[in-house]
Design a protein around this ligand. Structure first.
Ligand SMILES: C[S@@+](CC[C@H](N)C(=O)[O-])C[C@H]1O[C@@H](n2cnc3c(N)ncnc32)[C@H](O)[C@@H]1O
Length: 255
């Protein structure tokens, strides 16, 4: 299958320089992250995506009240751009566990851990659906643009909530309307590419619009939903509970 390198560049209400599209040969196995090959170009793309969504992500992190000394999980960390932000917040008294199933991305995290001298980051190659986490070993967790790619998002969330201490917080950022992204001036091929990616993710068991279902999935996983944020409009099914305080809590940002 051919994919363009600009596929996932976020365009929402921002003007972004888009590199000339390059056609790449992509080999896929079932369940595999859609934007292979995971090389420097993909790392650069994720860094750009991180910058584009920095304000929204910082808002979510603030709302989750992550703080110095916390033990946090970055679920599906990619090359670690969000991991550093978390590591700066928790500091050497805390810890960040980055779980990611790409060996190349974990290597990138580990190189940066060394370069930035942040030994309180631990990074492991793992499938987030099957990785064993100790009960009550986490104060918080964050998951950004990961559930959309995996068949078994419920399994991944169940494992995280099992590992959160009572009252611990999970923050999730996923899209509700993946295909709403568009170019101006309009580009028919851009739309076709987004349709193709949406369909491709679905064919591999994912759901690019999973954001709207995340509250229900968190509810099933035993969380109390404390906040929903839709920064660019959109809608998510709000599942709310009058909090007993004993369940893990959740903040979600369907986008
Ligand atoms: C769009 S990237 C997002 C990376 C990072 N969360 C961020 O916000 O920059 C999606 C990541 O999820 C990872 N991923 C997908 N399925 C996974 C799984 N089953 N277990 C662990 N990581 C997975 C991919 O390898 C990829 O790094």
């Amino acid at each position: 299958m051919h994919l363009l390198s600009l596929l996932m560049t976020e365009i929402n209400s921002l003007v972004i320089r888009i590199a000339a599209p390059q056609v790449r040969e992509v080999e896929m196995k079932n369940d595999e992250y859609v934007l292979r090959p995971l090389d420097q170009q993909e790392i650069n793309r994720l860094e750009l995506q991180h910058q584009v969504w920095k304000n929204e992500t910082d808002t979510v992190i603030r709302m989750a009240k992550f703080k110095a000394g916390d033990r946090l999980l970055d679920l599906g960390s990619g090359p670690g751009f969000l991991t550093w932000d978390l590591a700066k917040i928790v500091g050497p008294e805390g810890s960040v566990l980055a779980l990611e199933n790409s060996k190349e991305f974990i290597q990138h995290v580990l190189l940066e851990v060394k370069a930035q001298q942040m030994p309180w980051i631990r990074a492991e190659i793992a499938d987030v659906r099957t990785y064993d986490l100790e009960p009550s070993s986490l104060d918080g967790a964050i998951c950004r643009w990961v559930l959309m790619f995996i068949a078994g998002a419920d399994q991944a969330l169940a494992r995280v909530t099992h590992a959160l201490r009572p009252g611990g917080m999970i923050a999730v950022m996923e899209y509700t309307q993946f295909r709403s992204m568009s170019l101006w001036p309009r580009g028919a091929s851009f739309k076709r590419v987004y349709e193709a990616v949406h369909e491709f993710i679905a064919r591999n068991g994912g759901d690019a619009d999973i954001g709207g279902r995340v509250p229900a999935l968190l509810d099933q996983a035993g969380c109390e939903i404390v906040e929903l944020l839709c920064p660019y409009g959109g809608w998510a099914d709000p599942v709310r509970h009058s909090g007993s305080g004993s369940r893990p809590r959740a903040r979600t940002t369907p986008i």
